[in-house]
Each structure stands twice: as structure tokens, then as C-alpha cells.
Design a protein around this ligand. Structure first.
Ligand code: PLP
Length: 427
């Protein structure tokens, strides 16, 4: 069977060897090109990042660190990792960087291994309040092997109550305090968290997985002067490959490096390290500062346009890239809305909202964000249209109006065609 021309053009060897798989990747490329992707943890990496992550670096084993490896043949791998580390330190102004964690969850596990013992008390934001599984939530290894105590947001403001955090920390004396999360639409007060951690004798871990690109681009305050350890993924707003980094002051360098390898992982994924280096190179540019600020400007404009259409937003709006919509007043569950929007070519995820009366697998909200659409060059002038599509899509989802959803899908595809995404083939 001759593969379709487009597969052969994008991935000639793959299309020849495995047309079935090539067709699936081709379809995914089409989907990413045609749809309005609003999942706040996703993005479009550049062609340069994609190329670096698909290289022969993937053929190498490199357990250890540059200059201290357990394998020979590291002549070119060592400088790749050194470059990634140097760029990470420069972009974030950190004294130490470890670029080897396979992803955000293992990076956080390495922090536990470095600073706590099983059974120790750790503190983080509760998952249904916007925290992450790995901040000590019960179903996660971190909640099973450690004693997780959890803070939340205030019911009236939707904001973290720092007095509550302080009281809890002083009462429970956790070894680790995590700040940051996956559904937080507001700025994190790293300085206040650092003060609380100091008072409680805890290690402060700032998990900036979602906002690393905003921090790098100066669109969110940096945790670097305040937190003992900074954990981040590299694939969300930072717009790099799927991976993670741990940043810290020099005093914690040894503990962190030992925890990542040999404590938790084997060989680093060198192709990912290379792509992280490329992403950090891109993040050091003035154009990335513009990108980071445009993400926030777009999110603010989108939040305003949604508020004007009667949507309830947790905390009343956003300071960053993310908007958490409570659909209770629209009388449609988050999952039904999310699935309807998906049929309309708008990709979001259903999400719990703080104090959600519904179950986690069928919650009241949806979570949206602007990193991907900003990567395509959409600006504040487009956010009225985006809000309008969401409004019409949610209403059509409630009413089961498939015709309306198909009409939105066509309108979305038109705007997407006019704003090609980075890294995607243009045919
Ligand atoms: C995404 C995320 C993680 C986990 O990253 P994975 O790469 O999915 O393991 C950890 N912490 C926070 C706050 C996140 O948003």
C-alpha cells in the first residue's frame, strides 16, 4: 500500500515502515492544526524543539552527570547537558539546575527523596482546590508514602488563604511545603510562602510547572529568590519537550542531584535534554518575553469577555494563562460542556472547582488557558470571538444542538487556518 502523499512528506521513513502508525500521527497533526486548543498545560513547540527531540541522542546511555558518567562515549552528550543546565540557570537566575527528571511527577518525587523520609508530614494544596496529585494527595504515591496535609482556597474569594496556610504549617510542622498547582488562575505569593516555611522549619518547594514560561518571560514573579527548590515541567508555558527541571540554590545541589540519579532514575533522556536546551535558548529571547506577556493579556481579555457573557470564573478572573470556569449557573456539567466544545473544535478539560458539590470525574467546571492560541499568534482582538464560541458551544452542549456545534467547528477551523501553528506541517 502506498501511503498518502502527506504522510510520506512529513515522515517518509515512518510512512513507508508503518503506514498505520504514520496515519495516526498525521491525523493528530491535522487535529492540532484545525482546532482551538485551550488546555492550559498544552502548547505547540517550535520545529527546532521537535527536531532536537527526534535525534540520535536518543541512542545514548548517560547515567551520571557531565564529567561523571558511568558510560564512555559522552564526548557530545556532556556538552549538550552542560548547555541545557547553563541556559536553565541563566533564564531563571538560579544557582543550580538539574535537567534530568523525566517529567514533572518524577521531579517532585525526587524532591521528597532529597528532603524527607517516608511517613514524614508534607503540605500542599488539595487537588480539588487546584493543587497537584504529587503534592501529597491521597491516591498519589506522595500521599501514600508521606502524611499529606492540605490547604485550599477561601470559599468567598477563591484565593489561597495565607493565614490558614500559616496556621496549618505551624500546627503540623511539615518537612516540605509545596506552593503552586494545576488550576490556579492567580499569582502565587512566593515570598509569603517562604516566610511561612521559614517559621515552620520546612523546605519550600515552588512547583511552577504551569507558569514556568511566564516566569521566564517576566510575566509572573519569580520564585527563585524565595523558594528552596523550584520544580517545573518544560512542556507547558515554557514550550519545550515533555520533561522537567529542578532548580535550587547551590546548598541543595548535591541532595537534588543524588535524588534524581541514582535515587530515582537511570539514564537521562538525552534527546529531551537537547530539546530543553533549545527551548531555553528560545525562552531567553526578547520575543519570548513578548510571548509570555501576550499569554497573560489574552487570558485577561478572554476572562473579561466570558464575564460579560455571564460566566462565573473562580476568583473572578485571572492573573496568568489560566481560567477556571464554574458552569453551575449555566446549568450544564463540566464534562458535557467539555465534550460539546470538543465536537465544536475547541479542546478544553473538565475540572473540579473549589468546594465542588459534584464528583471529581463529573465536576462542575472546565479549565481553559491561552498558551497554545498565543503560540499561533492570536491576540486580544480575537478573544471576543473565542468567548463567543465557548458561550455558543456550552449552550449547544446543554441543548444537544449538533448543528450549532458543527457551525462553530467550521468557524474555528477558518481562524486556525489563518494562524498556522508552530511545528506543524502546513499542508
Ligand atoms: C503538570 C504538573 C505536574 C506534573 O507533570 P507531569 O509531567 O504530567 O508529570 C506537576 N505539578 C504541577 C503543578 C503540574 O501542573
Amino acid at each position: 500500500m502506498t501511503p498518502p502523499a502527506s504522510h510520506a512528506a512529513h515522515h517518509p521513513a515512518l510512512a513507508a515502515e508503518d503506514p498505520e502508525l504514520a496515519a495516526l500521527i498525521d491525523a493528530e497533526e491535522r487535529l492540532q492544526a484545525d482546532t482551538l486548543r485551550l488546555i492550559p498545560s498544552e502548547n505547540y513547540v517550535s520545529s527546532a524543539v521537535l527536531e532536537a527531540s527526534g535525534t540520535v541522542l536518543q541512542n545514548k546511555y548517560s547515567e551520571g552527570y557531565p564529567g561523571r558518567r558511568y558510560y564512555e562515549g559522552q564526548q557530545h552528550i556532556d556538552p549538550v547537558e552542560r548547555l541545557a543546565v547553563a541556559r536553565a540557570k541563566a533564564v531563571f537566575g538560579a544557582e543550580h539546575a538539574n535537567v534530568q527528571p523525566y517529567s514533572g511527577s518524577p521531579a517532585n518525587l525526587a524532591v521528597y527523596l532529597a528532603f524527607a523520609e517516608p511517613g514524614d508530614t508534607v503540605m500542599g494544596m488539595a487537588l480539588p482546590m487546584g493543587g497537584h496529585l504529587t503534592h501529597g494527595w491521597g491516591v498519589s504515591a506522595t500521599g501514600k508514602w508521606f502524611r499529606g496535609v492540605q490547604y485550599g482556597v477561601r470559599r468567598d474569594t477563591g484565593l489561597v488563604d495565607l493565614d490558614e496556610v500559616r496556621d496549618l504549617a505551624l500546627r503540623e510542622r511539615p518537612k516540605l511545603i509545596f506552593c503552586g498547582g494545576t488550576a490556579l488562575p492567580r499569582t502565587i505569593d512566593f515570598e509569603a510562602f517562604a516566610g511561612i516555611a521559614r517559621e515552620a522549619g520546612a523546605v519550600l518547594v515552588a512547583d511552577i510547572a504551569h507558569i514556568a514560561g511566564l516566569v521566564a518571560g517576566g510575566a509572573h514573579p519569580s520564585p527563585v529568590p524565595h523558594a528552596d527548590v523550584i520544580s517545573t515541567t518544560t512542556h507547558k508555558t515554557l514550550r519545550g519537550p515533555r520533561g522537567a527541571m529542578l532548580l535550587s540554590r547551590e546548598e541543595h545541589a548535591k541532595a537534588i542531584d543524588k535524588a534524581v540519579f541514582p535515587g530515582l532514575q537511570g539514564g537521562p533522556h538525552n534527546q529531551t535534554t537537547a530539546a530543553i536546551a533549545v527551548a531555553l535558548h528560545e525562552a531567553s529571547r526578547d520575543s519570548f518575553r513578548d510571548y509570555a506577556h501576550a499569554i497573560v493579556a489574552n487570558a485577561r481579555a478572554l476572562a473579561d469577555a466570558l464575564l460579560a457573557r455571564g460566566f462565573d470564573l473562580v476568583s473572578g478572573g485571572t492573573d496568568n494563562h489560566l481560567i477556571l470556569m464554574d458552569l453551575t449557573s449555566k446549568d450544564v456539567p463540566g464534562k458535557i460542556a467539555a465534550k460539546a466544545l470538543d465536537r465544536a473544535g475547541i479542546v478544553v478539560n473538565h475540572n473540579t472547582v473549589p468546594f465542588d458539590p459534584r464528583k471529581p470525574f463529573d465536576p462542575s467546571g472546565i479549565r481553559i488557558g491561552t498558551p497554545s492560541l498565543t503560540s499561533r499568534g492570536l491576540g486580544t482582538e480575537h478573544m471576543e470571538a473565542v468567548a463567543d464560541w465557548i458561550d455558543r458551544g456550552v449552550a449547544a452542549g446543554r441543548g444537544g444542538d449538533e448543528e450549532a456545534l458543527a457551525k462553530i467547528r467550521a468557524e474555528v477551523a477558518d481562524l486556525m487556518a489563518a494562524h498556522p501553528a508552530p511545528g506543524l506541517p502546513t499542508i
